[in-house]
Design a protein around this ligand. Structure first.
Ligand code: C2E
Ligand code: MG
Ligand code: MG
Length: 698
């Protein structure tokens, strides 16, 4: 091996290279190359043992490695110059090369005062009676390696100590590494993260968005940013983050890793939400605030105009709130406001928007108001809810409130509504508080009148304020009394005798018509029981509200029983309009009543729709022609008289009893007779009165 070494010939002394141009050239070229070349010769003791290696030749790179000049080193020994090579074992390495003849491949570190300076990778062969060393200076690579390791270390420690979450993700989407900040953010340990699918930590709502961005990265984008990206913590909580990701590519441009960075923005997000919440909510009561209410009022008003309904606005102000605030303190005041807010919201229900407009003022926006009465009922509910005792710091307080209300019309704007409700509230306050007031005076009066009526009806029911008057039914041919109709009257202690027109609608709306109807029937039955001499049958009127009660027919029959009145002495009158709304079950009840002998008349015939169909569908025994037809006869209205004549023929054909209502003149009587009507009722014969008649003029 030694013979094929690049140092041709058998150099055994530096002098052999001194002369001759080719040699000089060769030497010079050896000094040009980076390869280290050192030749030594063994120095042996008397016994032939190698004790040192004397330097015979070093090229320029070799000298650099040794850190010496040629004069300093040539002819001197290795151990002589570097005695530490013996204990460090280097001397043995060279000796082994010489004695065994085997090539030794080693790394030689060199040192300076700062520690390792360089590293040389060398091959050592036996060469003559010494060795030749070829080698390369690895110091630069070592330095590079060291720099790389240092930068990696620095990078790792940056990542480890970063406050932002960082993860390395494989192109297939597996988490390869995650830093402590990310683990902390997600509430997971690193082992549970590494190896998991990265998208499992992303909120399902955001996955599509992320997928799109990842595709963009794959497609060549350098960097992507995602704001408001939601990650899911191990406990299910949402972490709001700002995410940035880059693709790390190999030399071929293929993505090798994705490096992702997550900044926890949850606190900022909460702050933003809080800000938005505060912009539209009242922090004390949790109700909406004035500006939100103003917005929703606009929205509801537009919707109401489209649907043709109204929007109700209700302003509420606590009475004497100042007293609570000043005597019990602001804390008590706040507590009361929160309680009242709960009560108002509870009483209003989910469809009504309730807000606090400031101080002790609340506002409710009520969508879909068909009539003011709906608001009235709501106002009552709210007032009752508020008017419950509250204990404030040991003091018992019974709050009351004043309310102002208005309902939108086609011309309303949110501004006029708020203004009107406010004005109404002002009036409620000035009229003595603890009350509600409608903005519109007419609206208010109607509402108040209705309340008065309702109140009066309730009282009349218990105080025997109702009377029944009787109007005879007459045979038109001979003016004999053939029966009566019972008509209810209310004797109002203030306003005197009231006809049904003033109170019947309220009685129906409030359901008071049910006990009222029973009362009338009882009075009628008592009369029939006491007056067996009365001619013919007695008609009683029954409204749709009564008929809709499933127990009505049963109670009707029971009352007749109770008074011992035979069913065939009674007729039930149902208006044609009510008849249209009769349920199948009620129809069956009516049929049973009729079969028991009770007559069944359609009242106000001709004013409803599909009159003839009703005659077929209901088990009626007769009908009463509405007074409007009788009036039409006076005008000599051709069509009406034809109708009146036609209807007479129809009822006769069906075998029904037929009574014409509201006959006031002899002319009408005459025409009706000619048209085929045999029975009638009207002022011409007798007005309804407290006593039934056995004959006219009696
Ligand atoms: P209705 O059953 O059609 O009763 C006839 C109405 O015409 C009565 O009015 C009667 O006083 C009136 N009338 C009678 N003759 C004439 C006349 O010649 N000219 C005019 N202009 N009117 C005449 P009233 O008593 O005011 O009753 C009104 C309606 O109230 C009744 O109409 C009936 O539908 C209802 N009603 C009366 N009493 C009761 C009751 O006890 N229960 C129920 N559910 N409804 C009742
Ligand atoms: Mg009637
Ligand atoms: Mg009638």
């Amino acid at each position: 091996m030694d013979t094929s070494s690049p140092a041709t010939g058998q150099p055994d002394a530096g002098s052999e290279f001194a002369g001759g141009d080719p040699q000089q050239l060769f030497r010079e070229s050896l000094d040009q190359i980076d390869t280290i070349m050192i030749i030594t010769r063994s120095r042996r003791d008397a016994s032939g043992e190698i004790v040192d290696f004397d330097y015979v030749y070093l090229n320029a790179a070799g000298l650099r490695m040794m850190g010496r000049a040629a004069e300093e080193i040539l002819g001197r020994g290795l151990v002589e110059m570097f005695p530490s090579h013996v204990p460090d074992g280097w001397f043995d390495v060279y000796k082994r090369a010489v004695e065994s003849g085997e090539k030794q491949h080693v790394f030689i570190p060199t040192f300076d005062e700062n520690g390792v300076r360089g590293s040389f990778e060398v091959d050592v062969w036996k060469f003559g009676d010494g060795y030749v060393m070829f080698g390369r200076d690895m110091s630069e690579q070592l330095e590079r390696q060291r720099a790389l390791e240092e930068s990696e270390r620095r990078f790792r420690s940056t990542v480890e100590s970063a406050t932002v979450g960082i993860a390395l993700v494989s192109p297939e989407g597996t988490v390869e590494s995650a830093n402590p900040a990310l683990c902390h953010m997600l509430g997971r340990d690193v082992d549970s993260l590494v190896g998991s699918r990265y998208d499992l930590q992303i909120s399902p709502e955001d996955r599509d968005r992320v997928d799109q961005q990842v595709e963009a990265l794959r497609g060549g984008a350098d960097r992507i940013m995602l704001s408001d990206l939601r990650l899911v913590r191990v406990d299910g909580q949402t972490v709001w983050t700002r995410c940035a990701a880059i693709a790390l590519r190999g030399p071929d441009g293929e993505v090798q890793h994705f490096m992702t960075q997550f900044e926890d923005m949850t606190a900022e997000h909460r702050a933003r939400e809080e800000l938005v919440y505060r912009a539209f909510n009242d922090p004390l009561t949790g109700l909406r605030n004035r500006s939100w209410i103003a917005d929703i009022l606009e929205t509801e008003l537009r919707a109401a105009k489209r649907s043709g309904t109204g929007v109700g606005v209700l302003f509420l102000d606590l009475d004497n709130f100042k007293v609570v605030n000043e005597s019990l303190g602001h804390e008590a005041g706040d507590e009361l406001l929160a309680i009242v807010a709960d009560r108002v919201a509870g009483a209003a229900g989910v469809d009504v928007h309730v807000g606090r407009s400031g101080g002790d003022e609340f506002v409710a926006v009520v969508p879909g108001v068909a009539e003011p009465r709906a608001l009235e009922l709501l106002a009552d509910r709210i007032m009752i809810a508020i008017n419950q005792e509250v204990s404030l710091q040991g003091h018992r307080v019974v709050p009351t409130a004043s309310l102002g209300m208005t309902v939108s019309t086609a011309r309303s704007t949110s501004a006029t509504l708020l203004r009107d409700a406010d004005a109404a509230l002002y009036r409620a306050k000035s009229e003595g508080r603890a009350r509600w007031v409608f903005s519109d005076l007419r609206m208010h009066e109607r509402a108040m009148a209705r309340l008065t009526v309702e109140d009066g009806l309730r009282r009349a029911l218990v105080e025997d304020g109702f009377e029944v008057h009787y109007q005879p039914v007459i045979s038109l041919r001979d003016r004999t009394v053939v029966g009566h109709e019972a008509l209810v009257r209310w004797r109002d202690p203030v306003r005197g005798l009231q006809l049904p027109g003033t109170f019947l609608q309220v009685a129906e709306e409030t359901g008071l018509i049910v006990p009222l109807g029973e009362l009338v029937l009882q009075k009628v039955c008592a009369l029939l029981r006491d007056r067996p001499d009365l001619p013919g049958r007695m008609s009683v009127n029954v409204s749709a509200v009564q008929l809709a009660r499933p127990e009505w027919a049963h109670r009707f029959a029971a009352t007749l029983d109770e008074y011992g009145v035979p069913p065939d002495r009674l007729i039930v009158e149902i208006t044609e309009t009510a008849a249209l709304t009769v349920l199948d079950s009620t129809r069956a009840d009516l049929a049973r009543l009729r079969d028991s002998g009770v007559g069944l008349y359609l009242d106000d015939f001709g004013t409803g729709y599909s009159s003839v169909a009703v005659l077929r569908d209901l088990p009626v025994t007769g009908l009463k022609l509405d007074a409007s037809f009788v009036r039409a006869l006076d005008r000599r209205d051709q069509a009406s008289s034809a109708l009146v004549t036609g209807m007479a023929g129809l009822v006769a054909g069906l075998g029904l009893a037929a009574v014409a209502e509201g006959i006031e003149t002899a002319d009408e009587e005459e025409t009706l007779l000619v048209s085929g009507w045999g029975l009638g009722q009207g002022y011409l014969y007798a007005r309804p009165g407290p006593e039934p008649l056995t004959e006219l003029g009696s």
